[in-house]
Design a protein around this ligand. Structure first.
Ligand code: SAH
Length: 352
C-alpha cells in the first residue's frame, strides 16, 4: 500500500504521521474516527481539525474513498448493487443484502480478476489492479452512509481473488474488525478463495476467527481443472489437505461453494465423489444454482438436480444447503459482478 494512503493506516501509524507534523497526539484519534467510524470522504468533513492542518494532510495524505457512480435496487428482493468509482477512474461493484440478522455487504478485492474461472464474469477482462485496504473499507463506508444503516456482515465474494491481494486483504480485515473503527466481528466476515494453497497456510498463521469459503465446484482434478485454471497449480488433494490443516488449527468450519452447472458437475456420481472427498471434515457445502453469464455456455442445473444433489450429500453426512440467489434482475448474483461499465466505456472510446 502507498505510504500516504491514510485510510489504510491503523491508529498508531496515524499517530506517527501526526508526530512527524509536530501536531498533538489526540489529532490522530480524531482523524482515525473520521475515517474509520464515520467513513469521511474528505478532510473537509473533519470540522474539529484546524483548516491549516486539513490542507497539509490533504496534500500529503489524500483520502481515498469510493464514490457511488450507479445504484441499482432489485425489484425482486431489495438487494442493492453499487458501482463505485475509485480515485483513478476504475470501477468496482458491491452488493448489499438484507437478512433477518442484519445487512451483509459483498465487497470486491480487485478491479477484475486474473484467475480465469470459465463460469465467472469478473475475470473476463482480466485483472486491472488490486484494491488498497482503504478501497475495500470504502465500499462498506459508502454503503452505510448511503443507506443510513450499519453493515454487520461482510463477505469477500465480490470481484477479485482476495488471496491474490493478500497483504491488503489482511490489513483490511484487521482495520474492519478494529474495535476503535468499524468494529465488525471477525466471525461475521467470510473470505472466499478459488484455492491458492500457500496463501491459505499464510492465512492460517494469522489465526483469524473469520469463515473461510472455498470455491470448489468439482470433486476431482479433471473436472476442476477444466473450469478453474488455478487447479492445475493447486490440485484438489493439496487444497483439501490445506483445508483440513486450516480447520485443525483454527477450529473454524470451512464452507465449500459449489456452483451447479448443468451436465458439467451436477450428476449423482459427482455428488457421491464429493461426499467421499469431504467425509469427516468440519465443513458445510453451499450449492449455488449457477448464474448464467453472456460469455459462457454454462447453464444452471434444474431445481430437481439441485435437490437430489443436496439430498445425496446430506445422506452421506455432509451438511449441505442450497444458496438462495439474490438480485438476479440486476446482475448482482454470484459470478455476475464485473467491470462492465469500464469495458463499455472502453468500447465506446474505441469506436470514436
Ligand atoms: N475469487 C474468489 C472470490 C469470488 S467469490 C473465489 O473464487 O472464491 C464469488 C463466488 O461466486 C465464488 O464462489 C465463485 O466461484 C462463484 N461464482 C462465480 N461465477 C459464478 C456463476 N456464474 N454462478 C454461480 N456462482 C459463481
Amino acid at each position: 500500500m502507498p505510504d500516504f494512503d491514510i485510510k489504510s493506516m491503523n491508529l498508531s501509524e496515524i499517530e506517527n504521521v501526526i508526530a512527524s507534523l509536530n501536531e498533538p497526539k489526540f489529532r490522530a484519534k480524531q482523524i482515525f474516527d473520521w475515517l474509520q467510524v464515520y467513513g469521511a470522504m474528505s478532510y473537509d468533513e473533519m470540522t474539529n481539525l484546524p483548516k491549516a492542518l486539513r490542507n497539509i494532510l490533504n496534500e500529503k495524505y489524500p483520502v481515498r474513498s469510493c464514490e457511488i457512480e450507479l445504484k441499482q435496487v432489485s425489484k425482486i428482493d431489495s438487494t442493492v448493487k453499487y458501482l463505485f468509482k475509485l480515485f483513478d477512474g476504475n470501477f468496482v461493484e458491491s452488493v448489499l443484502m438484507k437478512y433477518k440478522y442484519g445487512y451483509t455487504l459483498c465487497v470486491s478485492s480487485q478491479v477484475g480478476c486474473k484467475m480465469g474461472c470459465t463460469f465467472c464474469a469478473s475475470t473476463k477482462s482480466g485483472c486491472v489492479r488490486s484494491l488498497m485496504p482503504s478501497e475495500i473499507l470504502g465500499q462498506i463506508h459508502a454503503t452505510q452512509r448511503d443507506m443510513d444503516i450499519r453493515v454487520s456482515h461482510v463477505v469477500m465474494m465480490g470481484m477479485g481473488e482476495p488471496l491474490d491481494n493478500y497483504d491488503n486483504t489482511i490489513r483490511f480485515l484487521k482495520l474492519a474488525s478494529d474495535e476503535k473503527g468499524l468494529n465488525l466481528s471477525m466471525r461475521n466476515i467470510s473470505l472466499s478463495t478459488c484455492g491458492i494453497v500457500p496463501k491459505i497456510y499464510d492465512l492460517l498463521e494469522e489465526k483469524l476467527q473469520l469463515t473461510l469459503s472455498i470455491s470448489l465446484h468439482a470433486p476431482n482434478d479433471t473436472m476442476r481443472s477444466a473450469v478453474m485454471p488455478v487447479n492445475k497449480k493447486y490440485p484438489v488433494k493439496e487444497l483439501i489437505k490445506a483445508c483440513k490443516d486450516y480447520t485443525n488449527s483454527t477450529s473454524r468450519r470451512i464452507s465449500f461453494e459449489y456452483a451447479m452447472i448443468r451436465d458439467v458437475n451436477d450428476s449423482d456420481e459427482c455428488a457421491y465423489e464429493l461426499a467421499s472427498l469431504l467425509k469427516g471434515m468440519l465443513c458445510h457445502v453451499n450449492l449455488i444454482p449457477a448464474n448464467e453469464i453472456n460469455e459462457s455456455e454454462h447453464k444452471r442445473s434444474t431445481n430437481d438436480r439441485l435437490q437430489r444433489f443436496m439430498n445425496i450429500l446430506n445422506s452421506k453426512g455432509v451438511n449441505t444447503t442450497i444458496r438462495r440467489s439474490l438480485g438476479s434482475d440486476i446482475d448482482a448474483s454470484c459470478g455476475q459482478l464485473r467491470s462492465k461499465h469500464v469495458r463499455e466505456k472502453k468500447e465506446k472510446e474505441g469506436e470514436q
